[in-house]
Design a protein around this ligand. Sequence first.
Ligand code: 173
Length: 324
Amino acid sequence: MMNGRFLKSAAALLIAAGFAAAAGAQEVTLRLVSAFAENAIYVQRLQPWIQKVNAEGKGTLQINFIGGPKAIPTFEVGNAVKTGVVDMAMSTGAFYTNVMPEADFLKLTQLPVAEQRKNGAFDAINKVWNEKGNMQYLARIVENQPFHVYTNKKVDKPDLTGQKIRITPVYRDFFQALGANVITTPPGEVYTALERGVVDGYGWPIGGIFDLNWHEKTKFRIDPGFYDAEVSLIMNLAAFRKLTPPQSAYLQKQLLALEAENTFWAKYTADEMARQQKAGIQTIKFDVATTKAFLDKAYQVGWASAEKQSPEIAGRFKKLFAPK
Ligand code: 173
């Protein structure tokens, strides 16, 4: 017959084993890809965050960085998240308009992501991302990075007639409204397109043109910048909903910490402008009235395009994305 002491220790062993199994089940590893190349500033800034998440998240949550566009091509990343081929991605909406046209509307926000979380914009985005994209919009990790026209053909007014300009959906309607002929390419093809003269210029944010050596093939930057480059973390919805409460709380804490570091971008803008000047890139500027008209046109064309593609959602977003 089994005595009491044996039963007690057997029970203790079972409990211990049970805890161990439960603890094992509590750690999830999420596979993450980037739509930007691994040496891009956005990825460079994400790496230390991933290391921190993994160091502090042992037993809870780990992130496995798979790689950049060599792992999954830039314009395929959104679908990979939607279908669960990967759990998480860093991308910009312009790269996954094939999942939903609304993805590109996020360039039109005119208030910080911290405000978007307070005024309902973030929730409104997630409603659409959940329903149409089968994904969760986790965090916006780039702010204060307006887009510019970079070109090798000088202009003295906002007119790109006769110029071939590399684009993504971010710039399409605005650059066409300025008279440009547009060619869509992922960032990975910009250098070659410039080198071969397939394009005269390209759209890109104020920062990052040195990452892939485009400065070697760039003569002018047109000021002012317009819109705000959106780069975010997104996650497959089923993978997101499968997280246990502690996992999801831990992830949320780390995402908010990452967003809190967005103060980096204003300083980076100043540094990159100085660096472009040093590299011999000349700025093309307009008078005050022309500058204002240029910016007004950018937003007017951007929202008109959004309203045409998705009237109801554009209407909802427009109020929530407006400056305070
Ligand atoms: O590739 C692009 O020009 C583009 O759409 C983009 C969007 C956000 C950040 C950087 C580039």
